[in-house]
Design a protein around this ligand. Structure first.
Ligand SMILES: N[C@@H](CCC(=O)N[C@@H](CS)C(=O)NCC(=O)O)C(=O)O
Length: 230
């Protein structure tokens, strides 16, 4: 059975998995999950992912959530020799570290500032912005210390995708991060060097810009914890 990815068109974790599928040239079916209709909050969806989050990979009945785990699995299972996720211990450790950094710190702090107030009743605060700058500074330092052209190696790896998609949400709401010169250069190099992969992020960025200008009506979404804007 062909790989199936349950994804949402403007969700950074979904975009990163789609970029991995594209970079590995893996045939797959994309199943669009309607976030606004709360499709991911149903009991049926929870059978696939009890966290009720998007994306989920269905590999012939093997269901996997958490975008990082999905990207790693796709490389391990289908393209073990791909430079996108090398098997050599230290090379792989740097990639894993960057993906953990993105999940726990970079994306966590950036999305709380960029995405959450677009969709829900949250205010952007100066503390939120301060945290964005702190994680940008850390990422800039990682890039400086590695001295490579990509986030975790001298070539493209799966660590670049989640970091690009987090950074893309800054551009979507016009946060100027040009003073983080290495981040800025790495991000723009990605756009220039991988136009097909960037297109996946760019289409989502356009949607986010639209939503930022005209926040979506989620008043029918009975969300378990996010405050709905009325
Ligand atoms: N750590 C998860 C995060 C996935 C995630 O948060 N996805 C969002 C959509 S972009 C979601 O489904 N959120 C659930 C909700 O807001 O109800 C991953 O990397 O896959």
């Amino acid at each position: 059975m062909v790989l199936k990815l349950y994804a949402v068109s403007d969700g950074p974790p979904s975009l990163s998995v789609r970029q991995t599928l594209a970079a590995l040239q893996l045939p797959h079916e994309l199943v669009s999950v309607d976030y606004g209709a709360g499709e991911h909050l149903t009991e049926g969806y929870a059978q696939m992912n009890p966290q009720k989050e998007i994306p989920v990979l269905d590999d012939d009945g093997f269901f996997l959530s958490e975008s990082n785990a999905i990207m790693q699995y796709l490389c391990d299972k289908y393209k073990r020799d791909s430079p996108l996720y090398p098997t050599e211990a230290k090379a792989r450790a740097i990639i894993n570290q960057r993906m953990c950094f993105n999940l726990a710190s970079y994306y966590a702090n950036i999305s709380a500032y960029t995405l959450a107030p677009i969709f829900f009743d949250y205010e952007r605060s100066s503390l939120g912005l301060k945290k964005v700058h702190l994680v940008l500074e850390v990422f800039d330092t990682y890039l400086a210390r590695l001295g490579a052209r990509h986030a975790a190696a001298d070539h493209l790896t799966i660590a670049d995708f989640p970091l690009v998609n987090s950074t893309m949400t800054l551009e979507a709401i016009n946060v100027d991060f040009s003073k983080y010169e290495r981040v800025h250069k790495w991000y723009n190099d990605f756009k220039r060097n991988y136009p097909d992969l960037w297109k996946i992020s760019e289409d989502a960025m356009k949607e986010l810009k639209q939503f930022s200008a005209h926040p979506p009506d989620l008043s029918n979404l009975n969300h378990p914890f996010h405050p709905i804007r009325h």
